[in-house]
Ligand binder design. Structure first.
Ligand SMILES: *[C@@H]1O[C@H](CO)[C@@H](O)[C@H](O)[C@H]1NC(C)=O
Length: 236
């Protein structure tokens, strides 16, 4: 018994990773984490992403950050992602089942808690953007807003969302915003794609899924701690 405990303690030590420099990255078991602070030059501060535990399946992690200045600019998107070894078009995907359990602590936090998913006609498109971006905001703090403007309420995957549509450069962005925070989110993401295919002309048969990520877009705040006790994603 003692040796089993010692062994599992050793394993969780091996898993624990502190990612504190820009884009520091860790991957294992089909998941990856990235201390992405792509917008850091818009303000002042720092951010770390900590891999707490690899689960089977899934990952437990948390991010800590302080950002000030550039109030409406995203400073970073610390996130966990699912590796996609075989690229499939959206119409060839049957389901995108996922679960996220999270909590935010901190002072004057302005951030969203969101899935960020890129698609592209080129399956080998760079993973930092795409032809289309689909976001699912399961929380937002401090009144931050998605790109574009609200087109009203839609019902997808059994609940209501405020659907925002806009452009980030040439990339068309669809953001489904929950009316109130969902601390435990368990859902299939495919119906969100079905919705934009059926109502917004999204070309599902020619767009490849290139990323499937969950994290937090940090705008401003201090002593922020974003805990993700559980995140998993399964694409079939
Ligand atoms: C945020 O600021 C607090 C107070 O100065 C500090 O203790 C903490 O280490 C900072 N965290 C990060 C990730 O920079």
């Amino acid at each position: 018994m003692k040796s089993v405990l010692a062994f599992s303690a050793l394993l969780s030590l091996a898993w624990a990773q502190d990612l504190c420099s820009q884009y520091s990255y860790y991957s294992a078991n089909g998941y990856y984490l990235n201390n992405n602070a792509w917008g850091q030059s818009a303000g002042t501060g720092s951010q770390c992403t900590h891999v707490d535990k690899l689960l089977n399946p899934g990952v437990q992690w948390h991010a800590e950050w302080n950002w000030s200045g550039g109030d409406n600019n995203v400073k970073g998107y610390p996130y966990s992602g699912r590796e996609l070894p075989t690229k499939k078009t959206i119409s060839n995907i049957g389901s995108m089942q996922t679960k996220a359990e999270w909590r935010y602590l901190g002072d004057n936090i302005r951030a969203d808690i969101a899935y960020d998913i890129f698609t592209s006609a080129d399956p080998n498109h760079a993973t930092s953007s795409g032809d289309y971006e689909l976001m699912v905001w399961i929380g937002r703090m401090g009144g931050v807003q998605p790109i574009g403007s609200s087109t009203g309420t839609v019902n997808v995957a059994g609940q209501n969302w405020d659907l925002w549509i806009g452009y980030n450069g040439p990339m068309k962005v669809f953001s489904f915003v929950a009316p109130s925070a969902i601390a435990t989110f368990e859902s299939n993401i495919k119906p969100f794609f079905d919705h934009i295919t059926n109502t917004q002309g999204f070309p599902a048969s020619s767009q490849y899924l290139t990323t499937f990520q969950f994290g937090t877009e940090a705008f401003t705040g201090s002593n922020a701690r974003f805990d993700v006790w559980y995140w998993y994603a399964d694409i079939n």
